[in-house]
Design a protein around this ligand. Structure first.
Ligand code: F6R
Length: 325
């Protein structure tokens, strides 16, 4: 457990772990046979699995091997020949441990990404590489080390086509603390000041940021939200939002056409009781995703602190983890 202010301070200092993790990912040595991989699978739950969602979206947009994300104990039947990142911050998540060992038995090229725990012990026992990531006050706060380790490793293996300049810019953006804090405060105030069911809406390529925002709000702010994307939500959810009259919408706007126009048009049709636009800053898709993720972390912690809640403990998640054991 960490002091409340320290938890916020950790999020604020994401640039450091991001930079170190990217360098470590680039330097990670994989056995030569791993270069035969023709697909990528990421096994991970919660804050750890989130890294996989981002890489799947980035590989689709920039080019690279297809990335398939598993949020259970079961790798896909076709996992043989795939590079499999088993990502667990603690190294003790049952679903991820099972996914890793099953993928290994089925012929996947497994890499463990973790701070240690049982996952690291298993990996060393069977002889698969371990990328050891830096500690953080909670798995979800360790998003930069998980995400940038995977990104660096995929880049070094030539399996994702995100330009190095975009990676550099995204890490530099994490240095803009004042602006991030101001925007996070505005978002937290809007969350405090408005009422109604909450939807986080993003354009399709940025959907992982909406999902992460939803989860950060759940874990840090103990707030319920839905995550949705356009155009898909325009084909279903819009009907209910427009009818309810008490939907509040958080728009994640990348300031990029055609997405921004579509996003605002959909939001207008939803007739929200209240709307807040969070601009995803940055000169590339990667940077905009990183900015949105940072903002979600900071705003969710800020909201909790302002509401007198301790953002760090996740008692019910811990209870669920014991059920799964
Ligand atoms: C808690 C959190 C959770 C965990 C999840 C899996 O901060 O973010 O979503 O990430 O319970 O645990 P790990 O990441 O240790 O595999």
């Amino acid at each position: 457990a960490v002091a409340r202010g320290e938890f916020y301070g950790y999020y604020l200092g994401w640039a450091g772990p991001a930079r170190r993790a990217y360098a470590a990912g680039l330097a990670l040595e994989l056995p030569s046979g791993y270069s035969r991989a023709d697909c990528v699978v990421v096994c991970g739950m919660g804050g750890s699995g989130a890294a996989g969602d981002y890489l799947a979206a980035l590989s689709a947009a920039y080019g690279g091997l297809p990335v398939y994300v598993v949020k259970s104990a079961e790798p896909p039947r076709w996992v043989r020949g795939c590079l499999v990142y088993a990502v667990s911050f603690s190294g003790n998540t049952r679903e991820t441990l099972n996914c890793a060992s099953r993928a290994y038995r089925l012929g996947g090229y497994v890499v463990a990404v973790t701070t240690g725990g049982r996952l690291a012990a298993w990996a060393r026992r069977v002889g698969v590489p371990v990328a050891v990531v830096e500690e953080a006050p909670a798995p979800r706060a360790g998003w930069p080390q998980l995400f940038y380790t995977l990104l660096g490793s995929l880049k070094a293996a030539g399996l994702i086509q995100v330009p190095g300049g975009h990676v550099e810019e995204s890490i530099q953006l994490l240095g803009e603390r004042e602006r991030a804090e101001a925007e996070a405060r505005e978002l937290a105030e809007w969350l405090q000041g408005s009422r109604g069911s909450l939807v986080v809406l993003a354009p399709e390529p940025y959907y992982p940021v909406a999902v992460r925002t939803r989860s950060e709000l759940a874990e840090n702010a103990k707030l319920t939200a839905d995550a949705a994307q356009v155009p898909e939500a325009g084909h279903n959810m819009l009907e209910a939002w427009a009818r309810s009259g008490d939907t509040r919408i958080l728009l994640l706007d990348p300031g990029e056409e055609p997405w921004s126009t579509l996003l605002h048009q959909a939001a207008g049709l939803a007739r929200p009781a209240s709307l807040h636009v969070a601009r995803l800053r940055g000169g590339s898709m990667l940077s905009r995703m990183v900015w949105g993720t940072w903002l979600a972390g900071l705003a969710s912690v800020r909201y909790a602190l302002d509401a007198g809640l301790d953002p760090e403990p996740v008692k019910t998640i811990k209870a669920f983890r014991r059920v799964v054991e």
